[in-house]
Write a protein that binds this ligand. Structure first.
Ligand code: ZN
Length: 110
């Protein structure tokens, strides 16, 4: 299955670490989210969770991406955290809007 391919091993920069002094700030001062207006190839919308931090040690302020959530289709994918939930197999990609239904009576009357 495509979705369970191994994640890249690169070391993600921890957004909670103060860029100035290295203090770990667990609680963001403020969080908000940005919703991408365009769905991706799978028809999913990406919601980016942003956060701003203030270092209690040195007073530095910074902000960055806390997490990304992809919603839509038949699955929810959360990036940036340990959680990745899967609601349904990706094989089931049929979309209601793409099904063309023929009225059998119309066909028979031709
Ligand atoms: Zn600091």
């Amino acid at each position: 299955m495509k979705w369970c391919k191994e994640m890249p091993r690169k070391q993600e920069k921890n957004i909670k670490i103060c860029p100035s002094c290295g203090t770990i700030v667990e609680k963001p001062e403020k969080t908000w989210h940005l919703t991408s207006p365009l769905p991706d190839a799978q028809g999913r919308i990406t919601i980016t969770i942003m956060a701003s931090f203030t270092c209690p040690n040195c007073g530095a302020k910074w902000k960055g991406v806390l997490s990304k959530i992809k919603v839509g289709g038949q699955e929810v994918e959360i990036e940036g955290g340990a959680k990745t939930s899967k609601l349904a197999d990706e094989e089931k990609t049929e979309r209601p809007g793409e099904i063309i239904e023929l009225d059998i009576d119309d066909v028979m009357n031709e």
